[in-house]
Design a protein around this ligand. Structure first.
Ligand code: TXA
Ligand code: MG
Length: 331
């Protein structure tokens, strides 16, 4: 199959493909998603096949606006309405009880809930509006690889497997959306993102819990996808928490170093990849960095800077910890 790249004046062509049950990747402010018409079960199953994703891992339902979401939930709880008013369109995914029978089990993984997201991207908004129905939207990477932040990343992973990619340049944030579960008594963040539990608590006027790594609460799977190996290049990744420890990492030419300019400027290393100047830059560049070294078979170990402060550090460290399987470098 030829994978076509669409630019901004070619959205109607992409809409036609989706209507015909084909897969089309789409841009968002977080990472690129892999789209299929959510009401077409065969197309949705094709998403799992293209990504190589386990079929018990449910998909996000990506909508153009809250009106579209309303067709797939019994009612919109007050909490959800508050968050929609403040954060949509934007990098926030909400888990809500799904309207029975409105979504195929291929989308929900058989859960009574569904994940809803309304991305802030002009082209994708136009795409879903013209389609008139939601698209499923997992990240458009091969399962276990870092999420794609450019159309080129998507092409690298999925060329020949999907019909098209809508290219709207590099994504703005670079890490996936915050996921909040509103189907339970106390709101809980299942996946950290740019919008923090504090941001959410402020708008809701109540405490918001943070899921601490465990994938189960009272036997119920929480964001099932978080239990799998994730964001992982083939070479092992090590987190460097203290800047000064960069001086002690092995001096070999088969080692990749990923850090802010302020760190890289001070060390000798054969293979450096810059995360930029700030922690927001680092969030934006992390997946790109992991992919950069993953594409070099000669690189045998990757050392990546860790952060403990800054709004997006929880989201950044969550992804980095998964890609490093929890391995830290200490001297
Ligand atoms: O920023 C994002 O959210 C991106 C862009 C493309 O929108 N999408 C994304 O999708 O990250 P994905 O499939 O890679 O991650 C969605 C996560 C998975 O861990 C999945 O298990 C979880 O959401 N999820 C989906 N439906 C759920 C549900 N009903 N209950 C709990 N978790 C759910
Ligand atoms: Mg993903």
């Amino acid at each position: 199959m030829e994978t076509k790249i669409f630019k901004k004046d070619e959205i109607p062509e992409a809409v036609e493909l989706l209507k015909n049950g084909e897969l089309v990747a789409f841009p968002t402010e977080t990472v690129y998603g892999l789209g299929a018409l959510a009401t077409n079960e065969k197309a949705v199953k094709g998403v799992y096949a293209a990504k190589g994703r386990p079929s018990d891992n449910p998909l996000i339902v990506t909508v153009a606006d809250e009106k579209m979401m309303a067709q797939y939930v019994e009612n919109v709880p007050e909490r959800a309405q508050k968050l929609i008013d403040k954060f949509w369109p934007g990098p926030l995914t909400m888990i809500l009880p799904a309207k029975e029978g409105s979504l195929s089990t291929a989308v929900t993984g058989g859960l009574p809930t569904a994940a809803f997201r309304c991305p802030n991207d002009e082209l994708t908004h136009e795409l879903i509006s013209q389609l008139g129905a939601p698209i499923v939207g997992p990240s458009a990477n091969t399962s276990t690889k870092p999420s794609p932040t450019t159309a080129e990343h998507v092409y690298h992973d999925l060329k020949g497997k999907i019909a098209g990619i809508i290219d709207n340049g590099p994504t703005e944030i670079g890490l996936e959306s915050t996921i909040i579960d509103l189907s339970v008594e106390e709101p809980i963040v299942l996946r950290p993102g740019e919008i923090t539990p504090e941001d959410l608590a402020k708008v809701l006027g109540e405490k918001v819990l943070m899921n601490k790594g465990t994938t189960k609460t009272a036997g119920v799977p929480k964001a099932p996808g978080m239990k799998y190996r994730h964001y992982a290049p083939s070479a092992p990744v090590y987190i460097v928490d203290n800047e000064k420890d960069f001086n002690d990492i092995p001096q070999r030419d088969d080692i990749g170093v990923v850090a802010l300019d302020s760190v890289l400027d001070k060390i000798e290393a054969e293979n450096k990849f810059s995360l930029g100047k700030t922690i927001d830059d680092a969030a934006h560049n992390l997946f790109n960095a992991l992919r950069f070294f993953d594409n070099q078979p000669d690189i045998k170990e990757i050392y990546v800077q860790g952060f403990s402060t800054g709004n997006i550090s929880a989201a950044y460290m969550n992804r980095l910890n998964k890609s490093a399987a929890g391995h830290h470098f200490h001297n």
